[in-house]
Design a binder for this molecule. Structure first.
Ligand SMILES: C[C@H](O)[C@H](O)[C@H]1CNC2=NC(N)=NC(=O)C2=N1
Length: 100
């Protein structure tokens, strides 16, 4: 099972994935993506869902119109692990392909 990242390792990883930050009061990371419209937001979610399912690692997320709020945490580990960092990186890469 993936191990929770120590504070220092998490900070270092977050430095390399723009827009992601630690969630206050919880061991999790979060980012709010804003797209051009609902179609682009939902397209992002569809692509990210395929990656998440392949990884067997799933986001907590909420969509309102063109905004997608994402929180990542490894539930089995009770905090942020390398899997969250990997999914955060993948989501940033997917969002880059999606017009904002
Ligand atoms: C059985 C299955 O592999 C686990 O429940 C997976 C599924 N997706 C998951 N997603 C997330 N974010 N955290 C988990 O601990 C997790 N566990």
């Amino acid at each position: 099972m993936a191990e929770r990242l120590a504070a220092e390792a998490r900070k270092q990883a977050l430095g390399g994935i723009p827009g992601w930050s630690e969630v206050a009061g919880r061991d999790a990371i979060a980012k709010t993506f804003v797209f051009k419209d609902f179609n682009e937001a939902f397209g992002f979610m569809t692509r990210a869902a395929l990656v998440a399912e392949k990884m067997d690692h799933h986001p907590e997320w909420r969509n309102v119109y063109k905004t997608v709020e994402v929180v990542l945490s490894t539930h089995d580990a009770g905090g942020v692990t390398a899997l969250d960092v990997e999914l955060a990186r993948a989501m940033n890469a997917i969002a880059k392909l999606t017009p904002a």
